[in-house]
Design a protein around this ligand. Structure first.
Ligand code: HEM
Length: 373
């Protein structure tokens, strides 16, 4: 009933209306045999096709196999519906090194992201050879999926890092209400959406001739774990908070306008002749008109990883954005934000990832990475 189709031209989990929960995982490949990697991708794809339809990871299931053997499903999702589960795979730049002879297949778009001013990246929670984004309406279903992929991958991959998220901070369809991030603002108002077909073709999906043919129909994912200094933010006046984003906190309307979806007019001025939306406001700096018409499909989640031992919440935004070319989209936007965004006083980027997510798995004979491997 609430199962999202697994097979298709594009991978599910990109324009799929954002589910409530996230379990994101980055793996390192620990085998040096390409055949083993190829085999793993086939096993993973079969398990993903089953789990996204609400079935167990393996054909015997949690309790149907031999009592002498470990079950081929871990069991914690027994009785739970598919819960909108999507599993989206991506390949990191480190996979295209000498180990598997893939250097010539590395897309130019996978060139490393530059170091941005203010970056405080921790290598142990950045990068990775392969990522899987698991999104679902039920956290137990998302965790079950990642856990079973890690179990299947034993001896061939190891988990490098993973991140749980909740309260999607983006809407990716006009049918969804805009949720709020942990700063209390609506997030996702001016996002690329499922219904924007022409823009998706222009800005989201890799097209034939873009570079590496194996990426046709795919998209590039940038992840950034962005810690928020929520205690400092909570002491900032409402007026300052609104000016930082350039939108009001209650309705989400651009400053100077009334309703959330009113178009933004960066030239509009108040009675004193000052622009309603300041030069260092987040939405002005991030807007396509300030970045050579670059759009992103943002699909981030809030996170709270408990507290940090100093009495502060370890909280923020696990930012994820899909795009056709990160060096023409994410990079210029983030360079401008890192230099000028008024929000920087309250945030810190602590992890980063760039992944090439290929086109969709077509049918049961196809598998994740077939076009690459
Ligand atoms: C817009 C929050 C980081 C790109 C917005 C909006 C909010 C927001 C509240 C306005 C509503 C909307 O249109 O979605 C945040 C927070 C961040 C963050 C709290 C960090 C913790 C980033 C980063 C990027 C980015 C790192 C990309 C490099 C955008 C874009 C828009 C936007 C493209 C839409 C601008 C427009 O066209 O009006 N963000 N954001 N944001 N943000 Fe962020």
């Amino acid at each position: 009933t609430d199962a999202v189709p697994f097979y298709g031209e594009h991978q599910a989990g990109i324009v799929t209306p954002a589910q409530d929960r996230l379990h994101f995982v980055a793996f390192d490949v620990i085998t040096d045999k390409k055949a083993e990697l190829d085999e793993l991708m086939q096993e993973w794809t079969a398990a993903a096709a089953r789990m996204t339809q609400g079935r167990e990871a393996g054909t015997f299931g949690a309790v149907g196999g031999l009592p002498e053997a470990p079950p081929d499903d871990t069991g914690e999702a027994l009785g739970l519906p598919a819960s909108g589960l999507t599993l989206t795979v991506g390949f990191g730049a480190s996979l295209f090194d000498d180990r598997f002879g893939l250097a010539a297949r590395r897309p130019a778009a996978m060139a490393p992201l530059p170091k941005f001013p203010g970056d405080a990246l921790l290598p142990e929670i950045s990068g990775g050879d392969i990522c899987v984004q698991a999104c679902a309406h039920d956290p137990q279903v998302a965790v079950h999926a990642v856990r079973n992929l890690a179990r299947i991958g034993f001896g061939r991959v190891s988990v490098r890092w993973s991140q749980l998220g909740f309260g999607r901070t983006s809407s990716t369809s006009r049918a969804q209400a805009t949720p709020r991030n942990l700063m209390g603002f609506k997030d996702g108002t001016n996002n690329l959406k499922l219904e924007d077909e022409a823009l998706l073709a222009e800005q989201l999906w890799v097209a034939p001739g873009d570079g590496q043919d194996w990426m046709t129909g795919g998209s590039y994912l940038v992840t950034r774990k962005i810690r928020m200094m929520v205690e400092t933010w909570d002491r900032a006046p409402l007026d300052e908070q609104q000016q930082i984003f350039g939108r009001d906190k209650g309705e989400g309307a651009p400053l100077g306008r009334k309703a959330e979806f009113d178009p933004v007019d960066f030239n509009a001025r108040d009675a004193a002749g000052q622009p309603f939306i300041k030069a260092d406001a987040h939405v002005r700096l991030a807007h396509p008109s300030s970045n050579g018409n670059a759009h992103l499909l943002r699909r981030g989640y809030n996170y709270v990883d408990g507290s940090d031992g100093l009495g502060r919440l370890d909280a923020g935004l696990f930012f994820m954005a899909y795009q056709r070319d990160p060096h023409r989209q994410f990079v210029p936007i983030q360079l401008s934000l890192a230099r000028h965004d008024a929000l920087n006083e309250y945030i810190k980027h602590v992890s980063s990832g760039l992944f090439a997510c290929p086109g969709g798995v077509r049918d049961a004979g196809d598998y994740w990475g077939r076009t690459l491997l």
